[in-house]
Write a protein that binds this ligand. Sequence first.
Ligand code: KG4
Ligand code: ZN
Length: 337
Amino acid sequence: MQEKKDMYILGIESSCDETSVSVVKNGTEELATVISSQIDIHKDFGGVVPEIASRHHVKNITMVLEECLEKANMTMEQIDAIAITYGPGLIGSLLIGLEAAKTLAWLYQKPLIPVHHIAGHIYANSLVRPLKFPLLALVVSGGHTELIEMTNHYKFKKLGGTLDDAIGECYDKVARVMNLEYPGGPKLDKLSKEGKPTYKLPIPLHDDSYNFSFSGLKSAVINLAHNEKQRGEELRQADLAASFQKVAVESVVSKTKKAIEDKNIKYLIVAGGVAANQILRSEIEKLAEEEGIEMSVPPMKYCTDNAAMIGAAGYYAYKLGRVADLTLNSKANDKLR
Ligand code: KG4
Ligand code: ZN
């Protein structure tokens, strides 16, 4: 009998401010990943400046690719296919990764696999262990807050999502009001450990749906900070961080609990940058234990943007014949499918 051949996917990710390349074996094993982050460049502006981000992707992409192949001790000839984030994201940033992927696909005659950025975040979990279906994915990132049911590979059904801001966006905006450096999410998470949830904040969209809302919570924090200043009171930063976290996390955990119970879910995964949040991780673990279900959260390094998750998602896409030709284009917005 012929032995099953291993598949090596080169993943490329450039949808926001990280230029990343990775080599992933059989969708589950990361051989090497290189991430060049632009955080230090954008933090002076309090957020990502799209034009600057694209320029840095152009500058970095070749170096990141070469470094990754060197780290994996592989050549392009040994790569079986190239997986690329085609969207959603910043269009100028996406285009740089896409052009690199297309050039490599053409030059080395390799299949080109288009990957949706959120599929990438979800498949980051398969770098821990292969996904098991049916599952519920809680997607929490800078641009997305969604509950997605998956009945098989690439069979996504959106149960609900944010009606306004994404949770990560809300973390970053609240952190900015508190004068924490961009990206504020991780800093706010750390600071909250020193505080107590003593400020009263409204629980967002406390209803019967699977939807979320974060703009009201963001406004409540802005108003609170403003009122304290007007009264000449000093803002208790750590307490505010703890109060905000409590409400934001409670909101996503309660909707996740509802979906688990309504849909009789047995396997829960968490995906996206905010999955790195310590309180969210521990509350989700608690929830899974209470519900008696299995769960997985990616290790910290696979939570925020990286190309390993794109390589993993690309493997399963390729198995389903999801390949593109060289007319593939980037999309700033696109439905997960
Ligand atoms: O997934 P990601 O890297 O990029 C998008 O696809 O959006 O997510 C970035 C988001 C940022 O908003 C960042 O502040 C947030 O994830 N984030 C966190 C933490 N680490 C990253 N938010 C809360 N707590 C954290 N520890
Ligand atoms: Zn992301």
